[in-house]
Ligand binder design. Structure first.
Ligand code: GLU
Length: 490
């Protein structure tokens, strides 16, 4: 019986590319399980496939885990922050164990050249025989010396019977041993295969629960037989459900699932990302969709991990991100917006902090911050003079209105939202213009856009000097336009 304190889980990524949402969902569920039970979360990098090794992938994996706040609890050396375990640095261990298996007649050297293997596989396929290899070298008692292609070591799978796993999520799953190959455990380059290194390390690292993606379920009978041969007691297994796109096809880039760090560049908050990923396979009940990480830690259980595929819905992530953005304190949101703003936006933090309450409702991602805030920082606004002219108005009436507004604003003593509203509404009444018309024109003049946060607050923040300058600028543009349309010099 495993007690809570003994719970040890691991995330075991292979550095073969940038980790995507599916990979990190596995990391997250392991992390949650460890935290829920006061257990240990181990990070082990499975870098034994040298053909698929991608140089920068490890850095991206670590960065993604850190961004999501999934810290791991131990490493090859004492004292944190920990480096991850790297299988490529543990080759001696796998070599010793391979020798032992060969010595005990449970594994064997195979010298079959590539061409033979290819031919045999095709023949077996044609004849409807299971597995790709015919066990040619199984009883030849070959050594590790010689051989054309460089020999490999294969594991002797049981020829009869059944291998069964009681999966924590999927229940009982069984395989007919006769259908399974003598798989390779040590490759000709001296590196172990995933199967061997994975089993050996899960044992040495005292992993109690293996929670991994469903695609690894088919490897489990091999692993169980290895555990048996090595005399190890296996961990418990739980295979997490697949993740599909909204069209129910396997999740891919096409569905907007890319490297997790790409979501950071796109302005998603790690809190929203975690909440979103938690729900890719787990649920608290049938209605809760916004649940913070600490609350998930309180209630995470494998019983509520579904068997059925989870569906990745980018719209939902976007919506959720908006929810989390709106819940941040002003200071916090300002800090998080900073990296997304252009140079002009980075200057004055106090100013940015005052802008935040005006724009937070509109932000779905942090990457939209420049779009909603740039006019607070830019010296020159880029817009087309025609946008100043509101529906039901023309160039002359707009010009007249803005000139009147300029005059009124010059006389305003306190440039606050309240007093601006008072004087501008009065000006509207005097000019006989509706709020839509007058404030629409002012909005374009001071922000350069047709939609903005509430106009009086926006003007207060922009301040007297900027507002007057911009309205004068708008008048200039209209005059230019007028001169151009009549063909007269301005
Ligand atoms: N290295 C495997 C992967 O890339 C680990 C699978 C497992 O967790 O056993 O996902």
């Amino acid at each position: 019986m495993t007690t809570d304190g003994d719970i040890r889980v691991r995330f075991a990524p292979s550095p073969t590319g940038e980790p995507h949402v599916g990979n990190l969902r596995t990391a997250l569920f392991n992390w949650l399980f460890a935290r829920r039970h006061g257990g240990t979360f181990v990070l082990r990098v499975e870098d034994t496939d040298r053909n698929r090794y991608v140089e920068d992938a490890l850095g991206v994996i670590l960065e993604s885990l850190r961004w999501l706040g999934l810290e791991w609890d131990e490493g090859p050396e004492a004292g944190g922050p920990y480096a991850p375990y790297l299988q490529s640095q543990r080759l001696d261990i796998y070599h010793g164990i391979t020798e032992d298996l060969v010595g005990r007649g449970l594994a064997y050297w195979c010298h079959c050249p590539r061409e033979r293997l290819d031919r045999v596989r095709k023949e077996r396929q044609r004849d409807g025989l299971p597995g790709g290899y015919d066990r040619h070298c199984r009883d030849l008692g070959l050594s590790g010396q010689g051989g054309e292609a460089g020999p490999v070591v294969r594991f002797k799978m049981a020829l009869q019977g059944e291998t069964v796993v009681d999966d924590l999520i999927r229940g009982r799953v069984g395989w007919d041993n006769g259908l399974l190959d003598d798989f390779i455990i040590l490759k000709s380059d001296g590196f172990p295969t995933y199967h061997l290194a994975n089993v050996v390390d899960d044992h040495i690292m005292r992993i109690s629960h293996v929670l991994r993606a469903e695609e690894w379920l088919s490897s489990t009978p091999r692993h169980l037989q290895l555990y048996d041969a090595l005399g190890y007691s296996p961990p418990l297994f739980g295979h997490l459900p697949m993740i599909l796109g909204p069209d129910r096809a396997k999740l891919s880039k096409r569905h907007g699932s890319t490297s997790v760090l790409e979501y950071r560049s796109q302005g998603f908050l790690p809190e929203a990302m975690v909440n979103f990923m938690v729900l890719l396979g787990w649920s608290l009940d049938d209605k809760t969709d916004v649940i913070c990480r600490d609350d998930v830690v309180e209630s995470f259980s494998l019983e509520r991990v579904g068997k059925g595929a989870a569906v990745f819905d980018l719209d939902r992530l976007q919506w959720m991100n908006g929810v989390y953005i709106r819940s941040l304190e002003d200071d916090d949101l300002a800090e998080r917006m900073l990296p997304y703003l252009g140079r002009s936006g980075k200057g004055d933090r106090a100013y940015l902090r005052r802008i935040v309450p005006l724009v937070r409702q509109r932000l779905k991602t942090l990457a939209e911050a420049p779009e909603w805030t740039s006019y607070f920082f830019e010296e020159e606004l880029a817009y087309d003079a025609a946008e100043l002219v509101q529906k039901g108005m023309d160039l002359d009436s707009t010009l007249g209105a803005l000139e009147a507004v300029l005059g009124v604003l010059e006389g305003v003593e306190e440039f606050s939202a309240g007093s601006l509203e008072g004087v501008l509404r009065a000006a509207g009444a005097e000019l006989g213009l509706s709020g839509r018309k007058l404030f629409g024109a002012i909005r374009v003049a001071v922000t350069g856009r047709t939609a903005s946060p509430p106009i009086f607050e926006t003007m207060e923040l922009l301040g007297r000097e900027r507002c007057l300058g911009r309205i004068a600028g708008a008048i200039g543009r209209l005059e230019e336009q007028k001169a151009g349309s009549t063909g007269l010099p301005a």
